[in-house]
Every structure is written in structure tokens, then in C-alpha cells.
Design a protein around this ligand. Structure first.
Ligand code: NAP
Length: 250
């Protein structure tokens, strides 16, 4: 039997990058998939992903929804419940960067990153909690970063959001563990996506020097960790931060 047969998964930010890799990997293990995107420009890519996976028999739907909005998160969970009847796994993956040194950082850059990366995790978890409590089971996976563990110059807003996710994850694990709802975080290192393509060569070289495996990671490698945490293979694992970083966080 496939690892995620009869499981419905909601993934925020599934249109590109790590999120799209997670969508594909979980679908390959039999999951029913609901995923989100936020920009008009990602509408076509999202529909193409739906068509690609529908053709292989996956039940899948894309939703345009801003994870930073409490109201939109509530509507999204209601829509997924109406469309698929349950939500076994929630993957809070949506994220952005607005990198700059603290002296130059604007209030807007701080607020945007905290709202999209951290408040979104509260928004979605808050609304997904009800169906999971009713089912007395569930797995919540939050996309943190190694930067949330050890910080990074020029990323104070991003690092704060990703460190906040770790505290949130551990608290939720303690709060709802007795109901068999698990909550874990993944801390990717330096993964090849649009988010890292914009980094300059000097920053990339600095990262590579410090990565014991001497290469960037792929979305598929992060997706495999998400599959493990989503499935019953990790049934007794909660409140943990799983680094997928080629040893960077060592
Ligand atoms: P990416 O390629 O830039 O993709 C970001 C995804 O998030 C897109 O699907 C985007 O949707 C979605 N998104 C952005 N803002 C959103 C919002 N307000 N509401 C809903 N969706 C939104 O990023 P990535 O590299 O795959 O990163 C995915 C996650 O992993 C992020 O949380 C990131 O912080 C984390 N991470 C990445 C790395 C890395 O090296 N790449 C390392 C550590 C952690 P649209 O397509 O509609 O814009």
C-alpha cells in the first residue's frame, strides 16, 4: 500500500520550488492534494501541475489563497473540507525573503516577512486544528530553515520568522500530542529554487564552503523528509526539527 493512501494533504505555496516538489512526491504515494499559490503569475503553473497529476489519477485541486490572511486561511480550510471531506496533513510551506541589513530594513520588509512566513503558520494551524481534533489524528509540518537555527546577517526578519516557527512547532506538539496530532518542522539548508537563484555568487560560494556535502540540495530531497513526517513512518515523532541541509547545521 502507498504511504499516503486515503490521506488528504493541504500544502501552502505548492506552485513552485520546494512546495511543488512536495506536491509531486506526496501524490506519488497516493495522497489527495490541495495546494495554494498567491500570485496571478503562478495561476498557469498551478493549473499545469493539477493537470499533470490528475492525468496520473491523483485527486488534486489548486486554490488561490494568501496564507498571511487570517480570513483567507479560514475560507481555504472550509473549501478543502467541502471539496475533500477531511484534512489529515497540513504543510505550512509558503515563504518569502526580503533580505537587507538591519540599518536599511523597513517596517514593511519586517512585517511582510513575519506575516507571510510566521503568521501564516498560526492562520492555517488554527483553522486546520478543528478537523484534526475531531479526527483525533493529524500531522502538521512547518517549513523552517537552518537560518532560523543559527541566524544570518542580512536576514534578521527571515531568521526571526523561521526561529518563531520552531517555537510554535514545539508548543503545538505539546498542546495536541495527547490527541495524536503531531507537529514537526523541517529546516532546509541551501536548496535550488527561485528563492536561492536570486542570491549573488559570493553568498552562494560562502554557503558551499560551509556545506559538508559541497552541493546545494534539491526540492525532491526536502520533499522526501516531508513524506516521512506526513506518513505513519514517523508516527511517534513530534516536536522535532529535521534538518535537510547536507550537514550545514552540524
Ligand atoms: P519559492 O520557490 O520562492 O516558492 C515560494 C512558494 O510560496 C510559492 O509557491 C509562492 O506562491 C508561495 N507563497 C509566497 N507567499 C505566499 C502567500 N502569501 N500565500 C500563499 N503562498 C505564498 O520558495 P522555496 O525556496 O520553494 O521555499 C519554500 C519554503 O522553504 C519557504 O518557507 C522557504 O522559506 C523555505 N526554505 C527554503 C530554502 C531554500 O534554500 N530554497 C531554505 C530554507 C527554507 P506564488 O508562486 O503564487 O508566488
Amino acid at each position: 500500500m502507498a504511504l499516503l493512501e486515503n490521506k488528504t494533504v493541504l500544502i501552502t505555496g505548492g506552485s513552485r520550488g520546494i512546495g511543488a516538489s512536495i506536491v509531486r512526491r506526496l501524490a506519488s504515494e497516493g495522497a489527495t492534494i490541495a495546494f495554494t499559490y498567491v500570485s496571478e503569475g503562478s495561476e498557469a503553473a498551478s493549473q499545469a501541475l493539477v493537470e499533470e497529476l490528475s492525468a496520473t489519477g491523483t485527486q488534486i485541486k489548486a486554490y488561490k489563497s494568501d496564507a498571511a490572511s487570517f480570513q483567507e486561511a479560514e475560507q481555504l480550510v472550509q473549501s478543502v473540507m467541502a471539496d475533500f471531506g477531511k484534512m489529515d496533513v497540513l504543510i505550512n510551506n509558503a515563504g518569502i525573503t526580503k533580505d537587507t541589513l538591519m540599518l536599511r530594513m523597513t517596517e514593511q520588509q519586517w512585517d511582510d516577512v513575519i506575516n507571510v512566513n510566521l503568521k501564516s503558520v498560526f492562520n492555517l494551524t488554527k483553522h486546520a486544528m478543528r478537523p484534526m481534533l475531531k479526527a483525533q489524528s493529524g500531522s502538521i509540518i512547518n517549513m523552517s530553515s537552518v537560518v532560523g537555527v543559527f541566524g544570518n546577517a542580512g536576514q534578521a526578519n527571515y531568521a526571526a520568522s523561521k526561529a518563531g516557527i520552531i517555537g510554535f512547532t514545539k508548543s503545538i506538539a505539546k498542546e495536541v500530542g495527547s490527541r495524536q496530532i503531531r507537529c514537526n518542522a523541517i529546516a532546509p539548508g541551501f536548496i535550488e529554487t527561485d528563492m536561492t537563484h536570486v542570491l549573488d555568487e559570493k553568498t552562494k560560494e560562502m554557503f558551499l564552503t560551509n556545506i559538508p556535502m559541497k552541493r546545494l540540495g534539491t526540492g525532491e530531497e526536502v520533499a522526501n523528509a516531508a513524506l516521512f513526517l506526513a506518513s505513519d513512518l514517523s508516527k511517534y515523532i513530534t516536536g522535532q526539527v529535521l534538518s535537510v541541509c547536507g550537514g550545514l547545521n552540524t
